[in-house]
Design a protein around this ligand. Structure first.
Ligand SMILES: [Zn+2]
Length: 261
């Protein structure tokens, strides 16, 4: 029994390596399961932060000082806990594929900045849900380094303001805030040109992000889904290969195999 399961897994790993070997314009789509290997918990999982805290909606952030304080307090907690987080083998494997000239775009739902830190080219990277790597003014759009703002907030407990008077906020997409059109367009354009799409560590349940791989699949690109636990795309006819399990154990060796052969 165990033997046949292992053989089935080997077949799938071999298939995955074959797809990666053949791909010339690969779209990589990533979710929280890619970052758990770097010690960043899945916000929506059973131990997720939203079980403990109420998310602050964008509308409230813009209208209430108490909501801004709550949001900054939550963000400070994350910043202190995860500022030392480093990319893991999956982030690095994506960069290896990229340097081999095979990656068209990396579209991520993650806000931790780890793809950027691993070396994915900013021109190929689309952070659909924004990033914690910058603070952004909600009035003039100016971006700045998070550290001084968090230190100011920790010291004063006052949500920081921009020189222009606008509210500063980590450059992540808040609940109730629309995704940036420019990001959605870049992701959709890449998806339409991809010859392979690989979704890594995402439950594919958050839209519109989860539409991106489907755009590529609709254009005929083979669609590979690797995730531990069920995804909303399981059983769709577009999915050419579904591998159940930890991305960090499955994806890096497949990339190594594909680039070696
Ligand atoms: Zn400003």
């Amino acid at each position: 029994m165990r033997d046949s399961m292992e053989r089935k897994m080997d077949d799938k790993a071999e298939k995955l390596a074959g797809y990666l070997r053949a791909g010339r314009n690969i779209l990589i789509f990533t979710g929280a399961g890619v970052s758990t290997g770097s010690g960043i918990p899945d916000f929506r999982g059973p131990q997720g932060v939203w079980k403990k805290r109420q998310p602050v909606y964008y509308h409230d952030f813009m209208r209430s000082e108490a909501a801004r304080l709550e949001h900054w307090d939550y963000k400070l907690e994350g910043w202190e806990a995860f500022r030392e987080a480093r990319p893991n083998a999956t982030h690095d494997a994506i960069v290896s594929l990229e340097r081999a000239g095979k990656v068209l775009a990396v579209v991520t739902q993650n806000i931790d900045g780890l793809h950027r830190l691993a070396g994915t080219a900013p021109s190929r990277l689309v952070e659909l849900h924004g990033t914690n790597s910058f603070i952004e003014c909600q009035t003039c759009g100016r971006r700045s380094d998070p550290q001084p703002h968090f230190e100011y907030f920790r010291r004063t407990r006052k949500p920081p303001l921009c020189d222009c008077g606008g509210f500063l906020k980590p450059a992540t997409i808040s609940f109730g805030q629309n995704l940036r059109n420019e990001d959605l367009e870049r992701a959709s354009e890449a998806a339409a040109k991809a010859d392979l799409v690989v979704a890594l560590g995402s439950t594919l349940s958050v839209y519109p992000a989860a539409n991106i791989p489907l755009i590529a699949a609709a254009k005929g690109a083979p669609y590979v889904v690797i995730n531990r636990g069920a995804t909303d795309h399981d059983g769709l006819p577009e999915v050419a290969l579904r591998i159940e399990g930890d991305v960090g154990e499955i994806f890096p060796p497949a990339v190594e195999g594909a680039l070696a052969g």
